[in-house]
Design a protein around this ligand. Structure first.
Ligand SMILES: Cc1ncc(COP(=O)(O)O)c(C=O)c1O
Length: 339
């Protein structure tokens, strides 16, 4: 097949950055799906305090519908699935999961079946009808979705069902299924190591701070420690290489976060989703004001991890004062007040 001069959608051999060659379990292949070397630029949302010299790395630009951080890891994990000859891909997530949306799109591109075991999103209203946001895209891609109650625990009540589904698919079609779970974390991290490599090339040598969402900081430190052990870095401890900011899991109402996202959009033209981006920016602002010693210096780089489609999962209107939409009949006599 003609390759049109690029390797988009193709599996290629992967050579990790030289500084990561000491890691064990390095992936040998990746499938090229992400638009990388995403830009870094200065960023001044109105809600940020004086004295903060803020920059943003635009990983929301890694693709159009495949935008966000998940595509970076999926390049490696899907390559593994293809190498194993799998016809179906199984993943658990929330009904508004950015990762499950990306999986549905990639599976459709690669002619695979996506089976998504989804927990109804507690933040979305009532049900998924009419379908919105990421869920809408999963539907458009004809992903096979199985829904679970919103209070079901992933580890104990949803993930165990993946093998049952995989066995049924195998019995019916003879095809092997790929179950995406924790055992692929050590493969997935290579997507994020590529972000680090880009930052080195973009001249940003930074200390990493992460904001804990959904679970507490200990949960994330433990996962990182597991990964470090798994890739042979037994002498490195998560707490020495990353600072996880705790306490922003559900400190505000959805309406407040949506208002903050509106402020960011109207002052910078960058869209943040209320689930991850909006809350991470809030954490950055509040920590910079109240806990400033946490950050070295005042130059901070925010990594925008995408999540754009969950902006379309909410039907709360923007705050009244932000609304700038009027009918011509109402505005024509008083245009001076509108402009
Ligand atoms: C938009 C967005 N940002 C950040 C995250 C967190 O990513 P990770 O779990 O890989 O740290 C997710 C996914 O859970 C996400 O969808």
């Amino acid at each position: 097949m003609h390759d049109f001069g690029n390797s988009y959608g193709k599996i290629t051999e992967y050579t990790p950055p030289f500084w990561s060659t000491c890691l064990e379990k390095k992936p040998t292949h990746k499938i090229n799906l992400a638009m990388t070397m995403t830009p870094v630029h200065r960023w001044q949302p109105r809600i940020m305090p004086q004295g903060l010299d803020l920059y943003i790395k635009r990983d929301d630009m890694t693709g159009s519908c495949l935008g966000g951080n998940k595509i970076r890891k999926l390049e490696f994990v899907f390559a593994e699935a293809l190498k194993r000859g799998c016809g179906s891909y199984i993943k658990c997530g929330n009904a508004q999961s950015n990762e499950c949306r990306a999986i549905a799109l990639i599976a459709a591109q690669l002619n695979m079946d996506a089976y998504l075991l989804l927990r109804k999103n507690p933040r979305s209203l009532v049900s998924q009808t009419p379908s919105r946001g990421n869920f809408k895209i999963m539907e458009m891609c004809a992903a096979k979705m199985i829904l679970f109650p919103e209070n079901y625990d992933y580890e104990t009540k949803i993930f165990p069902k993946t093998t049952i589904v995989a066995d049924a698919i195998h019995a019916k079609t003879g095809k092997t299924c790929f179950i995406d779970g924790r055992m692929f974390h050590s493969t997935a991290i290579h997507g994020y190591l590529r972000v680090w490599d880009e930052l080195l090339q973009q001249d940003s040598k930074v200390k990493i701070h992460g904001v804990a969402m959904r679970k507490d900081d200990k949960f994330f430190y433990d996962i990182i420690d597991d990964i470090l052990r798994d890739v042979g870095l037994t002498h490195v401890k998560s707490r020495d290489v990353v600072d996880i900011i705790d306490g922003y899991q559900c400190t505000d109402s959805l309406e407040d976060t949506l208002r903050l996202c509106n402020e960011i959009a109207s002052s910078t033209g960058v869209l943040c989703d209320p689930t991850y981006g909006g809350r991470a920016v809030k954490a950055l602002r509040d920590e910079f004001i109240h806990n400033r010693h946490r950050f070295k210096g005042k130059r901070i780089l925010y990594i925008h991890t995408g999540g754009i489609f969950s902006v379309f999962d909410h039907n709360l209107p923007p705050a009244k004062k932000d609304m700038k939409t009027c009918n011509w009949e109402d505005v024509e006599k008083n245009l001076m007040n509108f402009v």
